[in-house]
Write a protein that binds this ligand. Structure first.
Ligand SMILES: [Zn+2]
Length: 255
């Protein structure tokens, strides 16, 4: 605990060690890889093996508890059940969900206000940060701030990654900037538990944002279409380089 101003309610209080991507995923990675999580990186650097779970003093105890109860726990539980469904039956189909949209928005907001180096690509203008924080307070506004999608990470290449290997990655939010209908937007893509979660800021215009892989703030069902790691242009460069490095390291380790 450390005394400071809660980033959410702005009250002065003892602050908790908060996470953007829930610590549960890092704990799982640490267990599976001898205490290290694998973070994918682009560029010439090696993928980092690290124990950094991207924590920072962000929220007072009350807000931390509220974020955990309203966003993190329902989303972790949903993603776990969905992962099991996909693994056991192969069905990518719908599954009831509460608050996945809100969870993803809350992760990006926490990443933006965090000083953790893991989240250095997540930068929001102070106006956007205020807008998103207000929308997390007043849920009715949430639908206006972002578009959120979920896909199931897959690899169709021969001898490619298995589903369990893919489920072992954590990709902190990577930023891609684009223009849609003359408007600038930022796309953040993150990976954990074998899912690719994306968020567009500001939200995409109708009907692009109504495709079924997009999650809405009202809908209780999702459809995570497969997302082939080597087939999606905006992320191809970052992910190809990162996955190839991982694969090279992985093969060396195995061999
Ligand atoms: Zn607070």
């Amino acid at each position: 605990m450390k005394h400071g101003q809660c980033k959410y309610c702005l009250k002065k209080a003892e602050l908790c060690v908060s996470h953007a991507i829930p610590n549960a995923y890092f704990r799982k990675m640490f267990r599976m890889d001898g205490g290290n999580a694998i973070h994918l990186t682009d560029g010439p650097d090696k993928n980092k093996k690290t124990q950094d779970s991207g924590s920072d003093y962000l929220l007072c105890e009350q807000c931390e508890d509220a974020f955990n109860a309203e966003f993190d726990r329902p989303a972790i539980s949903f993603l776990k059940k969905y992962r099991t469904q996909i693994s056991s039956t192969g069905h990518r189909g719908i599954y009831p969900i509460r608050n996945l949209f809100q969870f993803v928005v809350s992760v990006i907001w926490r990443a933006a206000v965090s000083r953790a180096s893991l989240y250095s690509q997540v930068q929001l203008s102070s106006a956007d940060e205020f807008r998103i924080r207000s929308a997390l307070f007043n849920r009715k506004q949430l639908r206006n701030v972002a578009s959120v999608s979920i896909r199931n990470l897959s690899d169709s290449t021969p001898n490619g990654f298995s589903e369990s290997e893919l489920a072992n990655f954590i990709q902190p939010p990577a930023r891609f900037d684009g223009i849609s209908k003359g408007k600038n937007y930022a796309l953040y893509a993150m990976i954990f538990d074998g899912f690719v979660l994306t968020i567009h800021l500001p939200r995409l215009p109708y009907p692009r944002g109504r495709k079924r892989t997009f999650v809405t703030s009202e809908h209780r069902r999702v459809f995570a279409a497969d997302f082939d790691i080597f087939s999606y242009p905006p992320m191809l460069q970052v992910m190809r380089s990162a996955f190839q490095k991982y694969k090279a390291g992985h093969q060396t380790f195995k061999g």
